[in-house]
Ligand binder design. Structure first.
Ligand SMILES: Nc1ncnc2c1ncn2[C@@H]1O[C@H](COP(=O)(O)OP(=O)(O)O)[C@@H](O)[C@H]1O
Ligand SMILES: [Mg+2]
Length: 280
């Protein structure tokens, strides 16, 4: 187990930021924390990476209590927090060279990872002159430079354009395939659906659902139905029933069906159903 949370709670005065959170992350998986702003995502990352004390409960990173993380553990994890920035006055290459020294990484890895995040041609450019998306990619390159076993990403694509976000998503999947585990927080349903093997839905400091994105959606797919569009352009919804299946069968035989979709809920639908709130 690379990460384990046991009954973690955190209060800030009267505010209950986290309420009895437990889960584990195994090797080579992407675990997502999906919740709206203020639900406790950053607080969780801060506690499990040893930057904040929990009010109660424990968490363990690579078997070590988060409150006692030492250099040896830091050399095996990567963190992109919502405060991660770049050294604006250093060029792109030197931003990574500083970390290569601290983390004892061979300098030849720098070009490799700059290439991975699509910044190799910007190597000599001042980091302060990069666009927002480029800065985020530099922050990511820095977090993966030492090839960590476990990567913590706090809303890593928040505010980026879709193309850059997609490139970054592909990089996460590539890292996962190489055996890196990722703990990712997001308020973006599409991102969570696409990337995460396992997911916890977080609402006001509480986990309200957990499982793979598919499992979660199917668990809430009670009134099964299908959306049909006929070749004549009519659209309607059919509830799952023997009579409707017979009707559909006839329609297929007559070549009347243009498109058909099952109407299982999205993660956003589930979130609204369970909490009464939206993810935004
Ligand atoms: N240092 C702090 N002092 C007081 N309240 C805080 C502090 N950090 C977070 N909170 C509160 O804890 C809750 C969870 O915040 P946070 O973990 O930042 O949520 P998220 O990252 O999901 O947006 C919010 O109500 C926030 O206002
Ligand atoms: Mg946050």
């Amino acid at each position: 187990m690379l990460l384990e949370l046991k009954n973690l709670s955190k209060n800030f005065g009267k505010i209950v930021a986290l309420n009895n959170i437990s889960f584990t992350i195994d090797k080579g998986t992407i675990f997502g924390f999906l919740g709206p702003s203020g639900s406790g995502k950053t607080t969780t990352i801060n506690i499990v990476t040893g930057q904040l004390k929990p009010s109660s409960g424990d968490s363990f990173v690579l078997g070590k209590n988060s409150q006692n993380i030492d250099q040896q553990i830091y050399e095996q994890i990567g963190i992109v927090s919502d405060r991660s920035g770049v050294y604006e006055r250093l060029n792109v290459y030197d931003n990574l060279a500083v970390f290569a020294d601290i983390l004892r990484v061979a300098k030849n890895k720098i070009d490799y990872y700059l290439d991975k995040v699509g910044l190799l041609d910007r190597k000599k450019q001042l980091a302060g002159k990069l666009s927002k998306g480029q800065k985020q990619r530099l922050v990511l390159a820095r977090a993966i430079l030492h090839e960590p076993k476990l990567l913590f990403l706090d809303e890593p694509t928040s505010g980026l354009d879709p193309t850059t976000a997609k490139e970054i998503h592909n990089l996460f999947l590539e890292l996962k395939n190489k055996g890196t585990s990722i703990f990712l927080t997001t308020h973006n349903m599409e991102e969570a659906t696409k990337l995460c093997d396992e997911l916890a839905l977080l609402d006001r400091g509480k986990i309200v659902e957990m499982g793979s994105p598919k499992e979660i959606c199917l668990r809430h797919n009670q009134d099964k139905s299908f959306k049909v569009r006929t070749t004549k352009g009519e659209e309607f919804e059919l509830e799952a029933s023997k009579a409707n299946y017979d009707k559909l069968y006839q329609m297929f035989l007559n070549n009347d069906v243009e498109t058909i979709h099952s109407c299982e809920p999205t993660l956003e639908d589930v979130f609204i159903k369970v909490t009464g709130n939206s993810l935004a």
